[in-house]
Write a protein that binds this ligand. Structure first.
Ligand SMILES: [Zn+2]
Ligand SMILES: [Zn+2]
Length: 307
């Protein structure tokens, strides 16, 4: 089976337009881009997980065919606004041969999707409900949503545990999507083969205003859940403050609570600006603090093959 990372960035992508902060400037110079986080699991079925406004470009870049089903984690635009782009699949098949694509989301999330995309229901997509703790019905893979806390503006937010049957047994993927905490953590989150976890910032901000996960806090989840094969970091933003950057007073740049520092020292790790700097810093932190690895900083277009 394969996981294709269609996008690995935050809600406004990185680099962000109209921004000349140290992170966006370096990424622009290096021609790097993180589009909205979304990925495709290709096993017996092809499962699209979240679909933001970059979906069309992501599908063209990777020749994505019609997915068998779609999982939506929550009601923020960067996670579902691409649904409209699926219409091109329907327009490109003979008349009367189309069957709607099942889309799973919680009841609360569906309220937002229906307001925006009610006209797609039953013709293009089929509304299916996800209940935290209960495996989804009518899927070949075992897919179990779990409740996450991502602030009051996303009360329907969930992550998903995807278990697919491969030649040598079952593969378990845990995907958290955007979150800050998980109350009543279900046991099913333990020891996945692969953990895909949000790392919106390197350092936990003094005030976690939009309710996202920092790598600093993700470490606790990696330690507790003990992924067997690897951890992948996604939904990376430009919200960290790079010391000395004149843009550190921007609204999106949040002051760290207590930045990650080298062991027995008060020297903070450097704030990463691009993908390779992110990986270098994460490798150093994992080595210094004995965090089970590998911990991989994803890039758009990355393919993860699992047997
Ligand atoms: Zn998001
Ligand atoms: Zn969100």
């Amino acid at each position: 089976m394969e996981i294709l990372m269609l996008g690995t960035g935050s809600a406004w992508c990185v680099p962000e337009h109209s921004c000349n902060c140290a992170i966006c400037t370096m990424m622009t110079d290096r021609r790097e881009e993180r589009t909205r986080t979304s990925f495709l699991v290709k096993s017996m079925e092809s499962i699209l997980v979240d679909c933001g406004p970059d979906l069309r470009a992501q599908m063209i870049a990777h020749g994505v065919k019609r997915p068998d089903l779609i999982l939506i984690t929550h009601e923020h635009g960067d996670h579902f606004l691409g649904l409209d782009d699926l219409l091109a699949f329907r327009r490109s098949v003979p008349e009367h041969s189309w069957t709607p694509i099942p889309v799973y989301a919680t009841e609360q999330t569906w309220k937002s999707i229906e307001i925006r995309f009610g006209y797609l229901l039953n013709s293009l997509i089929e509304r299916r409900l996800a209940f935290p703790g209960l495996p989804l019905e009518r899927t070949t893979a075992r897919i179990t949503p779990f409740k996450t806390f991502h602030g009051e503006s996303a009360n329907g937010s969930v992550g998903y545990v995807l278990e697919t049957q491969e030649a040598d047994g079952w593969i378990k993927i845990v995907y958290t999507s955007d979150f800050m905490t998980i109350e009543d953590e279900p046991g099913i989150l333990s020891e996945p083969d692969v953990l895909i976890i949000q790392s919106h910032w390197l350092n936990e901000p003094h005030e976690n205003r939009p309710s996202h996960m920092s790598f600093q806090n993700a470490i606790e989840y990696i330690r507790r859940w003990k992924p067997r094969k690897a951890t992948y970091l996604v939904h990376i933003s430009d919200g960290d403050q790079v010391p000395g950057d004149s843009c550190n007073n921007f609204l999106k740049k949040l002051t760290p609570l207590s930045p990650l520092s080298e062991p027995n020292s008060s020297i903070p790790y450097p704030v990463p600006r691009c993908a390779s700097e992110w990986q270098d810093v994460v490798d150093r932190i994992c080595r210094d603090y004995g965090i089970p690895g590998p911990v991989v900083v994803t890039r758009d277009g990355m393919k993860i093959t699992l047997d």
